[in-house]
Design a protein around this ligand. Structure first.
Ligand SMILES: NC(=O)c1ccc[n+]([C@@H]2O[C@H](COP(=O)([O-])OP(=O)(O)OC[C@H]3O[C@@H](n4cnc5c(N)ncnc54)[C@H](OP(=O)(O)O)[C@@H]3O)[C@@H](O)[C@H]2O)c1
Length: 319
């Protein structure tokens, strides 16, 4: 019986592996629009797809990002300034893309741009902290997608949304998880709505990887900035040991958990863009596969117990 089940499992993985090998043809005539190409996954994906022969349209937040990306790529790659939180900037980029792609439409958009600060305990933040991040991580994803959706329908192309394992489980306070849960919801409704048009919608849910999003220097600076503006009574509730303990946790856990091999994520993005039969969801990273996603399927009481065991202690604990 055990061998029979094992055989079935091996057959399933073999079948899936074979099915996932073929890539789409005519890459030289397929345009791919990527947001957030200054650094991290977006930057690496733009370079990788350019090497594979796709026509990449890279949205960069800074001029420096544009210049550096262009230096290492072929003349086919186009860069342009893009702030996904600005209506005008998103519309300007969509107009440029419309002009470039013409009748053939846009093959894919990769919604990659994102930020991870301000982040902290919920009662440290105000509504503007939430709005600033949601404008980039969630409204930005929706705005960019809507701005080019007719072009993607023309090409029967793809929308690739970069969410996170924190779109499946919410172990930290602040807008990051809220924004990524939102991306997941947008992704799933769009996937169903677009199926009839032959448009595929794919979601990437990475674990922890070494980029600016997980940069410990940026995270620690953000924590200090939030702490400094707290009223004294709130500081007293958390206690003077809170910040040193939080800094230690960030240094030990985030630093150790984060995988330096960004190609694990970029290969999933490339597969979503170019495979004939892409997966609906990708979860790159060992921590995603073996910790965060299994944890997200557990009953809340079990997940809470495990997460609270690791929580940073506060001074005024009420039992
Ligand atoms: N790294 C991880 O562990 C991890 C895990 C799960 C999900 N993700 C997601 O992966 C995506 C890419 O992040 P990353 O890890 O590669 O970090 P990253 O290097 O910081 O990349 C994010 C990119 O977005 C750009 N950006 C920021 N604000 C923008 C705006 N308003 N408009 C347009 N672009 C903007 C950034 O530009 P600047 O560099 O100029 O600021 C940067 O190029 C994000 O959506 C992130 O949430 C990351």
């Amino acid at each position: 019986m055990f061998l029979y089940l094992l055989g079935l499992l091996v057959l399933f993985y073999l079948f899936r592996w074979v099915r996932e090998q073929p890539r789409v043809s005519d890459k030289a005539n397929k345009y791919v629009y990527i947001t957030g190409c200054d650094s991290g996954f977006g930057n690496l994906l733009a370079r990788h797809l350019d090497k594979l022969g796709f026509r990449v349209i890279a949205g960069c937040y800074t001029e420096k990002g544009e210049e550096e990306l262009r230096k290492g790529c072929s003349g086919n790659l186009i860069t342009s300034h893009l702030d996904v939180s600005s209506k005008e900037s998103v519309a300007k980029m969509a107009a440029l893309i419309r002009e470039k792609v013409g009748e053939q439409g846009l093959w894919a958009v990769v919604n990659n741009a994102g930020v991870s600060v301000p982040s902290g305990p919920v009662d440290w933040l105000n509504i503007d902290d939430y709005k600033v991040m949601l404008e980039v991580n969630l409204t930005g994803v929706i705005a960019v997608t809507l701005s080019v959706l007719p072009l993607i329908k023309m090409a029967q192309g793809r929308v690739v949304n970069v969410a996170s394992v924190f779109g499946r489980i919410s172990p930290v306070g602040g807008p990051y998880c809220v924004s990524k849960y939102g991306v997941e919801a947008f992704n799933d409704s769009l996937r169903l709505n677009m199926a009839a048009f032959g448009v595929k919608v794919l979601c990437i849910e990475p674990g922890f990887f070494k980029t600016n999003v997980t940069d410990t220097g940026i995270q620690i600076k953000n924590l200090h900035a939030l702490w400094d503006r707290l009223p004294q009574d709130l500081k007293d509730e958390y206690g003077s040991d809170y910040i040193p303990n939080a800094v230690k946790t960030i240094k030990e856990k985030v630093e150790k958990l984060s995988d330096a091999d960004l190609m694990k994520v970029v290969s999933c993005m490339e597969h979503a863009v170019s495979a004939v039969w892409p997966r609906k969801r990708y979860s790159p990273g060992w921590d995603a596969k073996f910790f965060w996603l299994p944890l997200s399927y557990m009953p809340s009481c079990v997940a809470d117990y495990l997460l609270l065991k690791e929580a940073i202690p506060i001074a005024k604990k009420v039992h």
